[in-house]
Write a protein that binds this ligand. Structure first.
Ligand code: UD1
Length: 429
């Protein structure tokens, strides 16, 4: 298994290209199941999760063609996928595939909407909590699907198609909102989704579906209305930039010090995160080319942050912010409200010399003068990258083990950071 070695203490200078958003790419690829025509996606990041979803879709009969190199293209440009679900040959998503990536459960929505049936394995546990799928199932049932649970599989049937209905989510769920919108797009009649997730990726997927002929309004607000249509067509769509990757590198710069342009990044996707960074002492400025982040001289100020659904501070940046706060001049509090048990990075940060105390969903971080390098273990996607951020400022060498988690969600992380002067390298294992 690969490892990443980091020698801390170098400031970051230069620019980092931000890739297309993983959390939009996955549901966009899944949306291809809704049409027999080809969906073309541009700016797709090269990530392990994208490859894994390609295998899962392949099992349903979907062909994915990766576009070749184009003139002037750099290794950082996103790839183009041509996805064709002309013939769906299998409506079962088996356990061994779904258990590797939770979001693949979402195939249940387009499969039942287009084929009238789907049999999808429950995803099972994952490192950051129980993450149930009850609300996704509730949404499908509200659209008229008969649901049965058998042998660890959810079986959804709608022999005569789905029909529009009212879905009121008791809790904001990104996956629930994606599945409800996808299913409702091919249902008969109108669906109203209340308390919908407002994440920019929800809007990006809805924009793509509208280009495919869907009639979705209100995506990006908490009330989404979908007029069902009888069929959808192909389309071409460019994936929006990854706001979590943006926030992660912004925190890396705030941690290590320096001055970096995050190319293609969009401030409107990450205002809450940028506000917290500014409060912590980073200089943030929006330019035509992206977002510039700098910290020169000033120390890191402590912050009080509570994670929340968009437009709040994202849970997917909680671990990275905690890494930054380990070196703040004072005491910070970070409260995690979205996922229980999303604190696995704490013990690893403590190995680097951080002072963190956990009390239920709230972490108290007492800033220390310096961290010291050590071997650490990556436990989930965002936790792993928080260890990289901490290591950038730690004295001496840090070895991050089990980096396959990083490859699931960060494209060429070590290349992007080393191009800005970080002493970071991958050691093939
Ligand atoms: C998505 C993101 C993930 C992010 C999360 C929250 C993708 C591929 N993943 O995950 O990176 O951390 O949103 O912003 O986009 N819940 C239920 N029942 C359900 C579904 C969810 O109780 O049926 C709960 C979850 O346990 C959690 C909360 O709702 O406490 C939010 O989860 P949700 O927004 O659904 O997360 P995902 O869509 O899985």
């Amino acid at each position: 298994m690969d490892r990443i070695r980091i020698k801390g203490g170098r400031r970051l200078h230069g620019s980092i290209p931000i890739s297309g958003a993983k959390n939009a790419t996955l549901p966009l690829m899944i949306a291809s199941l809704l049409t027999e025509e080809t969906l073309v996606l541009d700016n797709v990041p090269r990530l392990a999760d994208v490859g894994q979803l390609q295998r899962i879709l392949g099992n349903h009969g979907v062909d994915v063609m990766v576009g070749g190199k184009r003139p002037g293209e750099t290794p950082y440009d996103g790839q183009t996928l041509h996805i064709s679900a002309a013939r769906i040959v299998d409506t079962t998503a088996p356990y061994d595939l779904v258990s590797k990536m939770r979001a693949s459960f979402w195939v249940i929505a387009p499969l039942v909407a287009r084929m009238g049936q789907a049999r999808v394995s429950m995803p099972g546990g994952c490192a950051i909590g129980t993450r149930p799928v009850d609300l996704l199932i509730m949404a499908l049932a509200r659209l008229g699907a008969d649901i049965e649970i058998d042998g660890g599989y959810v079986i959804a049937r709608a022999k005569n198609g789905l029909k529009g209905g009212e879905i009121n989510f008791p809790k904001v769920t990104v996956g629930g909102t994606h599945t409800a919108i996808m299913a409702a797009s091919l249902a008969r009649g109108t669906t109203v989704i209340e308390n919908a997730a407002r994440e920019p990726e929800v809007k990006d997927v809805a924009d793509c579906l509208n280009q495919m002929g869907a009639k979705i309004s209100g995506a990006g607000t908490s009330r989404v209305i979908v007029e069902g249509v009888s069929r959808l067509s192909g389309a071409r769509h460019r994936v929006l930039p990854d706001r979590i990757e943006t926030g992660t590198y912004a925190m890396a710069v705030a941690m290590a010090g320096g001055d970096v342009l995050l190319e293609n990044a969009r401030p409107d996707l990450l205002q809450a995160g940028l506000d917290v960074l500014a409060e912590a002492g980073a200089e943030i400025s929006a330019t035509n080319a992206g977002i510039r982040v700098a910290r020169n001289g000033a120390g890191i100020a402590p912050v009080e942050v509570v994670t929340a659904p968009f437009p709040g501070f994202p849970t997917d940046l909680q671990a990275q912010l905690m890494a930054l706060m380990t070196c703040a001049k004072g005491t910070s509090h970070i409260t995690e409200t979205i996922f229980e048990n999303r604190f696995m990075h704490v013990q690893e940060l403590v190995r680097l010399g951080a002072h963190i105390q956990l009390n239920g969903e709230c972490a108290t971080i007492e800033g220390v003068g310096k961290l010291t390098g050590a071997p650490v273990m990556a436990t989930d996607l965002r936790a792993s990258v928080s260890l990289v951020i901490a290591a950038l400022a730690a004295e001496g060498e840090t070895m991050v083990n089990r980096v396959y988690h990083l490859d699931r969600g960060f494209e060429r992380l070590e290349d992007k950071l080393s191009a800005c002067g970080a002493a970071i390298e991958r050691i093939a294992g």
